[in-house]
Design a protein around this ligand. Structure first.
Ligand code: UD1
Ligand code: CA
Length: 472
C-alpha cells in the first residue's frame, strides 16, 4: 500500500452518447477496451492494489473484463455524476482499514490514451507546486463539449486556476475559453473528501460535478493549478463512436510508428489495422490493407501481403503470407509460405518451410517441416509429418455427423489429388495414396493404396452410338 499516492479511475457511467448496449469503458480502441488502456497506464505508476476502479453501470460485466489486472473495485450503484463517483471512494475508505493515501490521482475510464509519463508529470507538478488540486488540461482545435478551465491569468503565465466550468454552464464571456479540463486530476485526498460532501446538483445535468471542487478549494484559499498535456490526443475523451474511432486511428498509427521504429516496413500505414499489443521483427514488410490483431507476433524478414487478416497468431522468421489469408490462433514456423487465400483456423501449426496454398482450410492440424498442401484442401483434426505432399483437392473427412476423428499421416507420404481420407485413419510414412481414392482403412509403411473404381474403355463407342441413331 502506497501511503502517498493512489489512483481512482472513474468507469461507472453508461455512455449514453454512444447509443450502444455495451458499457462505454468496454468499447475498444486499438483492439483493447478503453478501461484496460487506462488501467495499463496506471499500473506503470502505482501497484494494482493502489488502483481503485469505480464501476456501476453493468458493473459485473466491467469487473469481469478487467479483473485479471488485479485492481480494486468501488461500486457506484447509481451514477449521479463524477463527484458522486468520488464520494463512493471516500465511503469505501471509511469502511476499510486501509490508510487513506495522502494524494489521490483521478483518471477517467473514457480518456484512454493517457500515458504513464503524463501521469508522472501531474504527480510531480502537484508536489512541486504544493497544490491541493492539479488539473491536466489541453487546448484542442475544438473545445466544444468539454469543461473549460478558467485561469487566474488568462495569458497562462501562472498555473493558478479559478474554476472549471462545464460546457452547458459557460457564461457568454466564457464561451471562447480554449483550455479544456481533461477529466484527469491529482488531489490532496483529505481536502477533496472534505469538499465532496458540500457538492450539490444545481446544474444543467442535475449531477454531482467533481469539477465544482476546483472553485470550492479556491474559495478556501487552497492552491489549484493546471498543467498542460504535451500531446493533445492523450487527453481526448471518447464519448461518441466518432470520437472513439478518431482515438482508434491515433492509437493504431502510434502502434505502426512503434513497429516502424523497430525496423518494420509498413507501406501506407494509414490503411492497416494493427492492435496495440502486436509485435513484429526487423525487415518484415507489411503491405497495405493488412489487419494484425490481438496477441499476434511476427518474426523478422516476413512479408505480409495485402488483405490478410491475422488474429492471435505467432509467425516465425522469413514467413511469406500471400494476399488474402485469414488466420486465427495459428503458429507458423520459419520460412513457411501461405496463401494466397488460405484459411488457418485455431490450432493450426504449420512447420518450417511448409506451404499452404490457394483455398486451403486447416483446423487443429500439425503440418510437418517442408510439407505442402498447395491447392483446394481441407485438413482438419490431423497430424501430418514432414516432407508430405497433399495433392490438389484432397481432404480429411474428420466428422461423421456426431464425432470428430483424427487423421495421422507419417513423413514423406504422397497423397494423390482429390483423395478423400475418411477418419479415423493412419497413413504410415513413405506410402502413396493414388489420386481420386476414398481411403477408409489404415495404410502401412511404404505401400500404395488405391480406393477407386477401375477405369473401363469402350473402343469405338462414339461411332457406334452415332450409327445407331442414323438407323432410327
Ligand atoms: C467530464 C468533465 C469535463 C471534462 C470531461 C473530459 C465533469 C462534471 N465533467 O465530462 O469537465 O472536460 O470529463 O473528458 O466531471 N462516471 C462515473 N460515474 C458517474 C458519472 C461518470 O464513474 O456517475 C465516469 C464515466 O464512466 C466516465 C467519466 O466518469 O468514464 C467521465 O464522465 P462523463 O459523463 O463522460 O463526463 P464528461 O461529460 O465527458
Ligand atoms: Ca467523457
Amino acid at each position: 500500500m502506497d501511503t502517498q499516492f493512489a489512483i481512482a479511475i472513474m468507469a461507472a457511467g453508461k455512455g449514453t452518447r454512444l447509443k450502444s448496449k455495451r458499457p462505454k469503458v468496454l468499447h475498444e480502441i486499438g483492439g483493447r477496451a478503453l478501461l484496460l488502456h487506462v488501467i495499463a497506464a496506471a499500473k506503470q505508476v502505482v501497484d494494482a492494489k493502489d488502483i481503485y476502479c469505480i464501476i456501476g453501470h453493468e458493473a459485473d460485466r466491467v469487473r469481469a473484463a478487467v479483473e485479471a489486472t488485479g485492481v480494486q473495485f468501488v461500486l457506484q450503484t447509481e451514477q449521479r455524476g463524477t463527484g458522486h463517483a468520488l464520494q463512493m471512494v471516500k465511503a469505501s475508505f471509511a469502511l476499510s482499514s486501509a490508510p487513506i493515501p495522502e494524494n489521490l490521482l483521478v483518471l477517467s475510464g473514457d480518456v484512454p490514451l493517457i500515458r504513464p509519463e503524463t501521469i508522472e508529470k501531474i504527480r510531480e507538478v502537484h508536489q512541486s507546486e504544493r497544490a491541493t488540486m492539479t488539473i491536466l488540461t489541453a487546448v484542442p482545435s475544438d473545445p466544444t463539449g468539454y469543461g473549460r478551465v478558467i485561469r487566474v491569468d488568462p495569458g497562462a503565465q501562472t498555473p493558478e486556476v479559478l474554476a472549471i466550468v462545464e460546457q452547458k454552464s459557460l457564461a457568454p464571456d466564457q464561451l471562447d475559453t480554449p483550455e479544456i479540463n481533461s477529466g484527469i486530476y491529482c488531489f490532496r485526498t483529505f481536502a477533496l473528501f472534505e469538499k465532496l460532501d458540500l457538492l450539490d446538483t444545481n446544474n444543467a445535468h442535475g449531477e454531482f460535478y467533481l469539477t465544482d471542487v476546483a472553485a470550492m478549494l479556491v474559495a478556501d484559499n487552497q492552491r489549484v493549478v493546471a498543467v498542460k498535456a504535451d500531446n493533445i490526443d492523450e487527453v481526448l475523451g471518447a464519448n461518441t463512436i466518432a470520437e472513439m474511432m478518431h482515438l482508434d486511428a491515433a492509437m493504431r498509427l502510434a502502434t505502426a510508428r512503434r513497429l516502424m521504429a523497430s525496423g518494420v516496413t509498413i507501406f501506407r500505414p494509414e490503411t492497416t489495422v494493427i492492435d496495440s499489443e502486436v509485435e513484429a521483427g526487423p525487415d518484415t514488410v507489411i503491405e497495405p490493407y493488412v489487419q494484425l490483431l490481438g496477441a499476434t507476433r511476427i518474426g523478422s524478414d516476413c512479408r505480409i501481403r495485402s488483405y490478410s487478416v491475422i488474429q492471435d497468431s505467432v509467425l516465425g522468421d522469413n514467413v511469406t503470407v500471400r494476399n488474402g489469408c485469414i488466420m486465427d490462433s495459428a503458429t507458423i514456423a520459419d520460412s513457411a509460405v501461405l496463401g494466397p487465400y488460405a484459411h488457418l483456423r485455431p490450432e493450426s501449426h504449420i512447420g518450417a518451410g511448409a506451404h499452404i496454398g490457394n483455398f486451403v482450410e486447416t483446423k487443429k492440424v500439425t503440418l510437418g517441416a517442408g510439407s505442402k498442401a498447395n491447392h483446394l484442401n481441407y485438413l482438419g483434426d490431423a497430424v501430418i509429418g514432414s516432407g508430405v505432399n497433399v495433392g490438389a483437392g484432397a481432404i480429411t473427412c474428420n466428422y461423421d455427423g456426431v464425432h470428430k476423428h483424427q487423421t495421422t499421416i507419417g513423413d514423406n507420404v504422397f497423397v494423390g489429388s482429390d483423395s478423400t481420407l475418411v477418419a479415423p485413419l493412419t497413413i504410415e510414412s513413405g506410402s502413396y495414396i493414388a489420386a481420386g481414392s476414398c481411403i477408409t482403412d489404415d495404410v502401412p509403411t511404404g505401400s500404395l493404396a488405391l480406393g477407386r473404381a477401375r477405369q473401363i474403355i469402350k473402343p469405338d463407342w462414339v461411332a457406334r452410338k452415332k450409327a445407331a441413331k442414323e438407323i432410327l
